[in-house]
Design a protein around this ligand. Structure first.
Ligand code: HPA
Length: 254
């Protein structure tokens, strides 16, 4: 079974109702089983994975990032589009905005960051193999080719998105302190979230073209009164139709 593209749904995005010929499958990987929704969109074969699982059961530090990424490798996906709910560190990027980040700063602490931590071997479709100590270049953490496709799709359907931005990933599951947010802004962060890492780096190791649509659900701690998960989910619901349209158009352009 092969797919053309994959989608990873973040907070608030647990189902892809718009997929046609839908079929749910539990797919095995060397890192665990992943529940995948397979279907079609504009005649393209698509696989959808909910990052936190149905009903948002997994907190950010317990997501099985390796299994989630590897399932797309197994399915032969060349492109994976993710969504991440984020807080904004910038007053000029208010809640409701969509941002296609181009850089990452990692402040996570306890995750499995790589496929190459033992003797696991990856065999790429062209026959190349990677195993052992592998140092991956992440000069371009997100695939620019896919970023540009998302930007073009947004332009074509008349949706405003921000081109570029630095995503700061925290360990969670708590939100940040205002002092942490001031520090992140000082070192160049624009957005803060809990799930961008190690996902982005694992796709880099798998050589899959990966980019994300960040949905600004709130101003980060200290820039607004308080931050709550309910607020994050509520805002995502509000922008969901826009995000779905953007994903659909992007897939059409692949
Ligand atoms: N901080 C961390 N993660 C988040 C936030 C935030 O403010 N909003 C949505 N996800």
């Amino acid at each position: 079974m092969r797919v053309d593209a994959g989608i990873i749904g973040g907070s608030g995005f647990y189902e892809f109702f718009e997929l046609e010929n839908k079929e749910e499958k539990a797919i095995e990987t060397p890192f665990g089983t992943v529940n995948v929704i397979l279907g079609t969109l504009k005649e393209k074969k698509i696989a959808f994975v909910s990052r936190h699982g149905k009903g948002h059961k997994l907190p950010p530090h317990r997501v099985n990032y390796r299994a989630n990424a590897f399932v797309f490798f197994k399915l032969g996906a060349r492109y994976v589009i993710a969504t991440n709910a984020v807080g904004s560190l910038r007053k000029d990027i208010p809640p409701g905005s969509l941002v296609i980040p181009d850089q990452v700063i990692d402040f996570t602490k306890s995750r499995v960051y790589t496929f190459f931590d033992g003797d696991f071997e990856i065999v790429f479709p062209d026959g190349r193999k990677k195993c052992g100590v592998v140092h991956t270049d992440v000069t371009e953490p997100y695939c620019n080719n896919l970023r540009k496709k998302i930007l073009k799709a947004a332009e074509q359907i008349g949706i405003k998105v921000h081109d570029g931005g630095t995503y700061v990933c925290t360990e969670g599951p708590r939100f940040e302190t205002p002092a942490e947010i001031r520090f992140f802004a000082m070192i160049g962060g624009d957005l803060v979230g809990m799930t961008g890492v190690p996902e982005v780096f694992l796709f880099k190791e798998l050589e899959i073209c990966y980019a994300t649509i960040c949905i600004v659900t709130n101003y980060a701690a200290g820039l607004q009164d308080r931050v709550s998960h309910e607020e994050v989910l509520k805002l995502f619901d509000r922008v969901r139709p826009k995000v779905i349209e953007l994903i659909k158009k992007t897939i059409e352009l692949l």
